[in-house]
Design a protein. Structure first.
Length: 579
């Protein structure tokens, strides 16, 4: 990556160790390591099957950071960098587990492999790392957070803006100390085209209130909070002993944040109380915050982003309640061909998804600045994507031209920690634009690949590649098979009579890492399909009705790329996609 990661270039495993780490063993579970040399990083060796070790980073007798790392017991799976910043740093390490299973503390592999270095390798060695989807440079990633667009000439809260050419900001739940969930912070990437992402320094780190869970950002055009015109204000969940809501602001366009001294700004006695999504409601001229609280959404309002008043609740008896509600969103969309607009309340749920685990449901109705009213019957459940790997869907604030652009986390909590990658885990979906369409008496969310994806198309080719878009013009019912020489395949079927589309990944490649992975997913098409758009990357397939009435996202892990395509009932055109 550029800028921040230009210095992180050399191979970690080949770095010259200044000296083997010599631990001070204090008990069966407690050790300390003094880092006396002025190197930039200590490279921590990780073994994913090991139990978590709790590390306190001490300088001048004060704890400056705490982290949880699966320090290597028997072997090293990979390294992660801990930035030292200055010499005379002390690592105070507490190990969990019994020494009868992990061995004597002094014999652990981590002491032989821990190194000091001025560099850290970020070169991609993962055969499953996507070529055109956003991923973290290393480590674990889940929910997209705080997404917003900053135009080159921002204006007011009416949504109008100056010339194009701004920057899309994507923050995300990130563990910089391993490729499994832990140590939640906000990672940060930026893009000028929604496709090519540049890694930025960590945006918001844990503090005394807790680790940093999901949330949102808004551009405060009118300086309602007093942080300055066009300040970027972030809201996030502080996940400590209880979950509370905190805020921070940025006056440099979202690059760095200052936490609000009055945190937390909202508290509750409900255990699952998180994921604030904030937006400006122009009719009431107030800020609105959506919060996921157990199995309902709570709606708050504010004039200054600091003092919040609860307005209403939504969710009792509506939709799916198979798990905890998370990552809410609320926005207005046009209804195709009607001149009308309706509101969409997005509710991500885990577990309880239509095919098990996590998924994105939504509700359509009206919002008056105080209360959301769903137009469907309580028992009606609507899914934004009918694949297994589409979760934590949230939209960008301040998007240009009135667009509603969303990203999702492309995984599933049933196996997200177990997918066969090491250097990193998880990617985001391609960007998607939303609107509404009607089918019978119901209104549904339309989902199409964002227009920026068209710019990624190369010249038509005959051969299927590991990173491509396949456009299939349909004549009626159709069967589409992607395969490789190993006999691995993904079979997709469109049934014109039943108006369904399905994707079978049971023979797609490696499905052994989880009993929940091998499956067939099926979606309603809400009418006849004329054209499919398939986005294939190294470990994913995203299928869309070209008219936006069906979307399906599934991960795949073939032992070699699919290089064969067979279509019965249609004609396929292949476009390579490159960086």
């Amino acid at each position: 990556m550029k800028k921040f990661f230009l210095t992180l270039m050399l191979v970690a495993a080949c770095c010259v160790a200044k000296a083997q780490m010599v631990p001070c063993i204090l008990s069966d579970r407690h050790a300390m390591v003094r880092l006396g040399e002025a190197e930039r990083y200590v490279l921590l060796p990780v073994e994913e099957k090991a139990e978590i070790a709790n590390i306190k980073v001490l300088r001048n007798n004060h704890t400056v950071e705490t982290l949880n790392v699966r320090l290597a017991v028997d072997k090293v799976d990979y390294f992660v960098p801990l930035e030292i910043a200055q010499p005379s740093t002390l690592l105070d390490i507490h190990f969990n587990g019994d020494r009868r299973t992990k061995g004597a503390l002094k014999e652990l592999a981590c002491w032989k492999e821990m190194k000091l270095s001025n560099t850290f390798d970020t070169q991609n060695r993962e055969r499953f790392r996507p070529l055109y989807h956003h991923t973290p440079v290393y480590g674990w990633m889940n929910d997209p957070n705080g997404m917003f667009y900053m135009p080159s000439s921002p204006t007011g809260n009416d949504g109008q803006e100056g010339p194009a050419g701004g920057v899309w900001h994507l923050y995300y739940q990130w563990n910089p100390y391993g490729s499994m969930w832990e140590n939640m912070t906000w990672g940060h990437s930026t893009s000028t085209d929604l496709i090519h992402w540049e890694a930025q320094p960590t945006a918001i780190k844990a503090d005394a209130l807790g680790t940093i869970f999901s949330g949102s950002c808004v551009v405060d055009h009118e300086n309602t909070a007093g942080f300055g015109k066009d300040a970027v204000v972030a809201f996030y969940t502080s996940a400590g002993e209880s979950q509370t809501q905190s805020m921070a602001h940025s006056t440099d366009g979202g690059r760095t944040f200052t936490k609000y001294e009055g945190n937390p700004v909202i508290t509750s006695n409900v255990p699952d109380f998180r994921d604030p999504k904030v937006f400006w409601h122009k009719d009431t001229k107030r800020w609105i915050m959506m919060l996921a609280v157990g199995q309902e959404m709570q709606i708050y309002s504010s004039a200054d982003l600091k003092q919040w008043t609860m307005e209403s609740r939504f969710g009792q008896e509506y939709g799916c309640h198979g798990g905890v509600w998370e990552c809410p969103d609320l926005f207005e969309l046009p209804v195709r061909g009607t001149g009308q607009k309706k509101w969409v309340l997005v509710c991500n749920i885990n577990p309880g998804g239509i095919f098990g685990g996590s998924a994105t449901q939504y509700f359509v109705g009206q919002f008056d600045g105080h209360k959301f009213t769903c137009e469907s019957k309580p028992e009606v459940t609507k899914w934004m994507d009918y694949g297994k790997d589409h979760y934590a869907t949230v939209s960008f604030d301040n998007a240009p031209e009135g667009r509603r652009v969303v990203l999702a986390w492309m995984s599933n909590w049933q196996y997200a920690n177990e997918v066969p990658t090491k250097q990193f885990r998880s990617a985001n979906s391609i960007p998607r634009d939303l609107d509404l369409f009607t089918d019978g008496t119901e209104t549904y969310c339309g989902v199409v690949p964002s227009e920026e994806m068209l710019s990624m198309r190369g010249k038509q080719q005959k051969q299927l590649t590991e990173a491509c878009e396949v456009v299939v013009n349909l004549k009626g019912s159709a069967d589409i098979t992607l395969a490789n020489a190993k006999g691995e395949q993904v079979t997709m079927r469109y049934d014109a009579q039943k108006q369904t589309f399905s994707m079978d990944r049971t023979k797609s490649g490696d499905v052994s890492f989880s009993e929940n992975f091998a499956c067939t997913t099926t979606a309603p098409t809400h009418g006849q399909l004329k054209q499919l758009r398939l986005f294939i990357d190294r470990c994913s397939i995203e299928a869309f009705d070209a008219d936006g009435r069906m979307a399906m996202t599934n991960l795949v892990f073939p032992s070699e790329p699919y290089n064969q395509i067979k279509v019965k009932g249609g004609k396929a055109t292949i476009y390579p996609i490159g960086r």
